[in-house]
Design a protein around this ligand. Structure first.
Ligand code: HEC
Length: 459
């Protein structure tokens, strides 16, 4: 950490004064003057900010060194005191999840006071090393990288929605523990949802035939799938495993312990991003995102299942999802859990009018199992929130979800001015800002004795 001493000799002076002066300060001031980058601030920034604020990630600038923090100090103070950063919409006083990025009020004050106190670096030899990230992956070096056959050409100034095929061929059927979408134009990619297509070796000669990219506007997928060469040679369709490729800014793909999750990757196959949404870019750009695959020798025995409540899902929304202009309105949906399940993750979904969200289950003996509460919905951050350990939901429990929408002009994201009646999205695949959704999506495996003690933390 010599770097810092040669760059910022004046900081040592500052530290020196701080530690000296503190003896004569009033007790309540004394703490602040001891706050230094090396002991207090660096660990907070590295844990809560650096994963996104580093080269190639979505954060608009790096936060990997004292210099980075110092340069952006005012913005950091603003972003943290307003709770804009780090982005973590779920309320940690209601339920907790893996990878929670939340600053406590004490930590926010610590950063603020440190910045106002001229940002002493402290003992520069004690600055912890910034976390190391493998470039282009959360996990490390992938065993297989599947690339698109054609780059995506994006026109400036508008949203783009596509279906994209990533065909592959490997030597043999292989067990896979994680599939990671790596966005190239990170700042433009809003979300990705994709599936795995598995061909039987003798039913498909050429996995590379057909179109690679189509606009995602089709109401009926069969003709598009055929056009993309996703049918078998005899015209039938191969097995498609849904939702294996997923991305949102800040999302880390799950990798579950033991025999939970994982996939079998067939010799011949393709990943189909059924919808990838690029936000508007100021100029024409090309995107060549790719997919990292991590192999395992463990056979996946407990495939992950997913259920959606609400829009396009298994439960009815009450009342029907129609949000009159100038109203704040709450909707409810519920579903009876038919068998014991072990919940892995939850994902609330709404569009721009979303205001808050709540989901819990009531077990047959009347216990409330808290799932998630979002007090201030933020359209940009829609994580799959993973519980620290498997959460048992006994058979017969009723799962409840409540979603509140703000269709007033007070909602700065309201797509209409003046506000208009907004209805539920029906049957189209691309998101329209004129439509709303209310979904509560969760992933689970059927319950097995002892599951509630199985940690889902990544090793
Ligand atoms: C999950 C990823 C993620 C994490 C974690 C994160 N950021 Fe950000 N940050 C972003 C993205 C993306 C933007 C751009 C957001 C936008 O413009 O809507 C951003 C924007 C910002 C901005 C505003 C830049 C401006 O326009 O002035 C600041 C300041 C900031 N982050 C600081 C932090 C700090 C400090 C932390 C940690 C306490 C942090 N961020 C954690 C992703 C992240």
């Amino acid at each position: 950490m010599k770097k810092f001493s040669s760059f910022f000799p004046f900081l040592f002076t500052a530290t020196f004064f701080c530690s000296c002066g503190s003896e004569t300060k009033t007790p309540e001031k004394k703490d602040d003057s001891f706050v230094t980058f090396s002991t207090d601030i660096a660990p907070l920034i590295y844990k809560n900010c650096s994963p996104c604020h580093r080269p190639g990630q979505a954060g608009p600038f790096d936060l990997l060194s004292y210099n980075d923090v110092k340069k952006n100090a005012n913005r950091i103070k603003f972003a943290t005191t307003t709770h804009f950063m780090p982005p973590w919409p779920a309320d940690p006083s209601y339920s907790n999840f893996i990878g929670e990025r939340v600053l406590t009020q004490n930590e926010i004050d610590l950063i603020k006071n440190w910045i106002e106190n001229k940002m002493p670096v402290g003992d520069s030899t004690k600055i912890p090393s910034p976390p190391e990230f493998y470039n282009g992956s959360f996990f490390g070096k992938p065993d297989l990288v599947v690339r698109m056959q054609e780059i995506v050409k994006l026109k400036s100034g508008r949203d783009n929605f596509f279906m994209i095929k990533f065909p592959y061929e490997i030597a043999q059927d292989t067990f896979v523990c994680a599939i990671e979408f790596v966005p190239h134009k990170r700042k433009l990619i809003h979300h990705v949802n994709g599936h795995t297509i598995s061909f039987d070796d003798n039913k498909k000669k050429n996995v590379y035939e057909g179109k690679n990219i189509l606009p995602d506007m089709q109401e009926n997928f069969v003709p598009s799938f055929k056009e993309m060469g996703l049918a078998n040679d005899d015209g039938t369709f191969p097995l498609m495993t849904p939702n294996t490729v997923y991305y949102l800014p800040g999302f880390t793909p799950p990798q579950y312990p033991g025999d939970v999750g994982g996939y079998v990757l067939k010799k011949k196959g393709a990943f189909l991003l059924k919808n990838i949404h690029y936000g508007p870019s100021p100029e024409d750009v090309n995107d060549s995102s790719y997919i990292n695959i991590f192999f395992t020798d463990k056979k996946p025995k407990r495939p992950i299942k997913e259920i959606q409540l609400g829009t396009f899902g298994v439960s009815v929304i009450e009342p029907a999802l129609e949000i009159p202009a100038n109203q704040i309105k709450t909707f409810h949906t519920q579903w009876k859990v038919p068998v014991d399940i072990s919940l892995l993750s939850v994902n609330p979904h709404m569009h721009l009018l979303g205001k808050n969200f709540l989901a819990y289950a009531i077990s047959p003996n009347g216990d409330t199992i808290k799932l998630i509460r979002i007090n201030k919905w933020d359209f940009r951050w829609q994580y799959y929130y993973t519980f620290p350990s498997m959460k048992k939901i006994p058979a017969g429990s009723i799962m409840h979800a409540y979603a509140t929408y703000d269709n007033t002009k007070e909602n700065l994201l309201n797509p209409f001015s003046p506000p208009q009646l907004i209805k539920e999205r029906k049957g189209t695949e691309s998101m329209r800002t004129t439509e709303e959704m209310f979904q509560f999506i969760f992933t689970y495996v059927p319950y097995k004795a002892g599951d509630e003690n199985v940690s889902l933390e990544r090793k």
